[in-house]
Design a binder for this molecule. Structure first.
Ligand SMILES: *[C@@H]1O[C@H](CO)[C@@H](O)[C@H](O)[C@H]1NC(C)=O
Ligand SMILES: *[C@@H]1O[C@H](CO)[C@@H](O)[C@H](O)[C@H]1NC(C)=O
Ligand SMILES: *[C@@H]1O[C@H](CO)[C@@H](O)[C@H](O)[C@H]1NC(C)=O
Length: 618
């Protein structure tokens, strides 16, 4: 009955893996950048399918902070059909391509690669430098894309086993909101099936997601109303007459609705969907050139022979390189083509399935994006029926409101939803600093607001402690190279006064000492430094010293509680992850381990908030 988190023992499993047949090369220099690249860039192809008919090109950038410990973000671009070069050079990657200044590359001060290793993949075939060797290989769909993405990652990590233990996040933008939940879910399910390799999957990040091919478009009406693009009466008339459908209407069947939607269309037809404040450009007008400057710059740069040589691209496999392949790219109501079937209508059910996993989600939108407005995002998040942990509140960047965020949590699942103020669809293009701050904060906070319900006992109970009064002691253990302190506080609500010591004299060693401490404390020689914590709340919380046990010197036992909250705040430096043990005397077992990124104390632990909170309901 115990609902516990299984510690993912990430062992090096190279020995039993076959060598994946892929090609990779380290890129030392790039045209446009003066000198050697000050970050580690690798490119390569991974063959997909039994015969490796599909050759997916990728860019892998190692974190410039601590590649061994930092998260591994597996990023899949939108479209479908948008190349990984787009985020690499214009959004989250280490360098920016300057399109005004003759295609030079300069360091991106807001790169996510300052805190994460990122794989950018060109997927499916037809995207960026990816191609197929057979006719069938060019044919894809949402389902095929998701399966190929999982196969890619498996092969990539087999070939890069040292990144198997990094906390893994799947990330995407825009259209890939349709497939990211599926890809993430498959990683959890693969682990549950015992597939190899085991992924240290921690969650997913989606920027400006498309989640439902009806609802997200339908939410535009409400968004237009909130942003002042339509009037009260247009809004009211549509609400009253259109039966909640502002997308697929039959003009003849409902003339009043059709009329209000015509007025709505008129109001929004000359609005730039990517950012409602940007000038409108009519891409149906052949006299207008609506291609964004940065895309043009990318198209130019990536088609330079020297660039393709530097990136180690196989020559002659694709025609012209395009930032976005519009053959694959989805638009509202676009029908399937011979090349691509848009076969997943909604990813809501996959989000729902992830609720039962030990999973963190970050969903964020630009509040000026009209493509997939935040209004629609809020609607599906509300339907997940999660408990609100932290209600809607502003987050700050440079003392200014960067946007707003809400945190939800349920069991082992948590979701942070944020809007970035003033940003359009590609949030990091419009607000690079704010989105970087948001993602960095989220990646490093690891706030597991886990409500562990049904916490019970493993099969074998310690004989002397009745199950009705048993609650888990908490161990906090650090590892080598840790310096700093841990503050723990615990608040418990008790059903009744209960002292296990009195009932079970023989177990005195476990509950003998009544100190007001909760954290395990170990001294410096013990390769970890954790200061004593503090305990607030009722005095039934006990501390236990077990002198004979080197490994576990101190434990705490909370007895007879109905509900306990344990908050842990860590400050200081550690290059490895502290682990949390819940312990039953004589039946030690580990149920939770956190991958904590603790080497940037200034950045991560300067906040006065607890980084971890465990809630137990007994
Ligand atoms: C960019 O072009 C200008 C003018 O043609 C030139 O002066 C400058 O050196 C170029 N910059 C680089 C980095 O090549
Ligand atoms: C775009 O994708 C289609 C379908 O995969 C492919 O046939 C075509 O070659 C691609 N275009 C480019 C420029 O790569
Ligand atoms: C998609 O196909 C349907 C049925 O064949 C057709 O009525 C509709 O016009 C098509 N839509 C587009 C955008 O081509």
């Amino acid at each position: 009955m115990m609902r516990y988190f299984v510690f993912l023992l990430i062992v090096q499993i190279q020995s039993c893996l076959q060598i994946a047949s892929s090609s990779k090369s380290t890129i030392k220099t790039l045209p446009g950048y003066h000198g050697d690249l000050p970050f580690k860039l690798e490119t390569g192809y991974v063959g997909i399918g039994e015969k490796e008919d599909v050759q997916l090109f990728y860019y892998f950038v190692e974190s410039t902070r601590n590649p061994e410990e930092d998260p591994l973000v597996y990023h899949i671009c939108g479209g479908p059909g948008a190349s990984g070069l787009l985020p690499l050079l214009e959004q989250t990657g280490p360098v920016n391509l300057n399109y005004i200044d003759n295609l030079t590359l300069t360091m991106n001060p807001d790169a996510w690669t300052q805190v994460a290793n990122i794989i950018y993949v060109d997927i499916p075939a037809g995207t960026g430098f990816s191609y197929a060797k057979t006719k069938e290989g060019w044919i894809s769909s949402d389902t095929i894309l998701a399966a190929q993405a999982n196969e890619f990652l498996k092969k990539f990590l087999r070939d890069h086993p040292k990144f198997l233990r990094n906390p893994l996040y799947v990330s995407g933008i825009s259209y890939t909101g349709i497939v990211i939940p599926k890809i993430t879910l498959e990683l959890y399910e693969g682990n549950e099936r015992g597939d190899q390799p085991t992924f240290n999957i921690q969650g997913y990040i989606i920027c400006s997601p498309l989640t439902d091919k009806f609802k997200d478009f339908n939410s535009r009406l409400e968004y237009a109303y909130r942003m002042g693009l339509i009037s009260d009466d247009i809004h009211k008339s549509a609400i009253d007459n259109c039966d909640g459908n502002y997308v697929d209407i039959d003009d003849s069947a409902n003339a009043i609705c059709a009329n209000s939607l015509r007025r709505y269309e008129e109001c929004i037809s000359h609005i730039n969907f990517e950012n409602i404040l940007d000038p409108f450009c009519d891409d149906k007008d052949p006299k207008q050139d609506c291609e964004r400057v940065y895309r043009k710059a990318l198209d130019k740069w990536a088609n330079i022979n020297a660039v393709q040589k530097a990136l180690n691209v196989r020559q002659g496999m694709i025609g012209e390189w395009e930032t976005i392949n519009y053959t694959l790219h989805y638009q509202q109501d676009k029908n399937d083509t011979v090349y691509y079937s848009y076969d997943i209508f909604s990813s809501f059910s996959d989000h729902k399935k992830l609720l039962s996993k030990n999973c963190r989600a970050l969903i964020f939108s630009g509040d000026h994006d009209f493509t997939f407005p935040y209004v629609g995002v809020e609607q599906w998040i509300a339907l997940l029926n999660l408990d609100v942990e932290v209600p809607w509140k502003p987050f700050f960047v440079d003392d200014q409101v960067g946007g707003y965020e809400t945190k939800y949590a349920q069991n082992g699942y948590s979701l942070t939803y944020a809007t970035v103020k003033g940003a359009g669809h590609s949030v990091s293009i419009y607000k690079p600093k704010e989105s970087a701050a948001l993602v960095r904060g989220w990646l490093s906070s690891q706030t597991y607001l886990s409500k562990i319900q049904d916490i019970g006992l493993p099969n074998r109970l310690p004989p002397c402690i009745p199950s009705s009064s048993w609650t888990p002691p908490l161990y906090l253990a650090g590892t080598r190279e840790s310096h700093g302190s841990v503050r723990c506080s615990s608040k418990s609500v008790f059903k009744r006064e209960l002292t296990v010591a009195e009932e079970h004299e023989e177990d005195a060693v476990v509950v003998a000492e009544r100190k007001s401490r909760i954290c395990a404390s170990r001294n410096e020689e013990d390769d970890a430094v954790f200061a004593d914590g503090e305990v607030s709340g009722e005095n039934v919380v006990r501390n236990t010293e077990r002198e004979n046990d080197d490994e576990k010197k101190t434990a705490v036992q909370i007895s007879g509680a109905e509900r306990s909250t344990i908050e842990v705040q860590i400050s200081g430096v550690s290059t490895t992850s502290p682990m949390f043990f819940f312990f039953i005397p004589d039946f030690t077992f580990l149920i939770y381990s956190l991958h904590f990124i603790t080497h940037r104390s200034d950045e991560i632990y300067s906040k006065n908030e607890p980084q971890i909170r465990f809630e137990f309901n007994f």
